[in-house]
Design a protein around this ligand. Structure first.
Ligand code: MN
Length: 205
């Protein structure tokens, strides 16, 4: 059974998360400018889960967490990194380094599919049924319920396995390098989001 720890305001200095890190965030909503970051969930390669809870009182000074997020030697696996990377920059003031996004990877290879949600990927690639019941809940609460914490953990549980499956497909379809380029370009996409070009395709005529 995996270990899950919830920390307040930052990770403890002596915590070691090993290898690549599956990561997700929960916020008050989906608006980068308006909505407050509430939770950052991480799972390492050994299955250890660590979450950092931010509430109104904690503020957003998290040097241990931000050191991990900006460490290029540890890959961060997101699903829809665009949102999480934006939230992290907006609230913690740092750009995540070394990114893999399972949603971008899915769009590049599962061109036969209409849906690229985490639930869809888990279902098709891993035969895992993911519950999204607690997705829309009050993440701003001072105390998070066990249902919320279990949901938050479940969002990072399968990202390593999904990455492994998607990498095989990216390689097979000759789109591995394109995926890497898109991951590196995420920072500029998020900068556009934060500057107000979130609805626009700047490459369009
Ligand atoms: Mn989530």
């Amino acid at each position: 059974m995996q270990k899950t720890q919830v920390y307040v305001g930052d990770l403890p200095e002596d915590l070691v998360l090993k290898g690549s890190i599956a990561i997700d965030t929960e916020a008050m909503g989906l608006h980068l400018q308006r909505d407050r970051l509430c939770l950052v969930q991480m799972r390492d390669e050994t299955g250890q889960v660590a979450m950092v809870h931010f509430s109104v009182g904690t503020g957003y000074h998290a040097p241990v967490l931000t050191k991990l997020l900006t460490d290029p030697s540890q890959l961060k696996i997101f699903h829809y990194a665009r949102f999480d990377v934006g939230m992290i920059y907006r609230w913690l003031g740092v750009w995540c380094e070394s990114i893999f996004c399972t949603k971008i990877a899915s769009k590049l290879v599962r061109t036969y599919a209409q849906r690229h949600g985490l639930k869809d990927l888990c279902q098709e690639l891993l035969s895992v049924e993911l519950s999204k019941q607690a997705q829309s809940s009050d993440w701003g609460n001072e105390t998070l319920s066990s249902v919320q914490l279990a949901y938050a953990a479940s969002d990072v549980l399968h990202l390593h396995a999904l990455k492994d499956r998607l990498e095989v497909m990216l390689d097979r379809e000759g789109r591995f390098d394109l995926a890497q380029d898109l991951f590196k370009g995420l920072k500029s996409r998020v900068q556009l989001d934060l500057l107000g070009w979130d609805q626009d395709d700047i490459f369009s005529h």
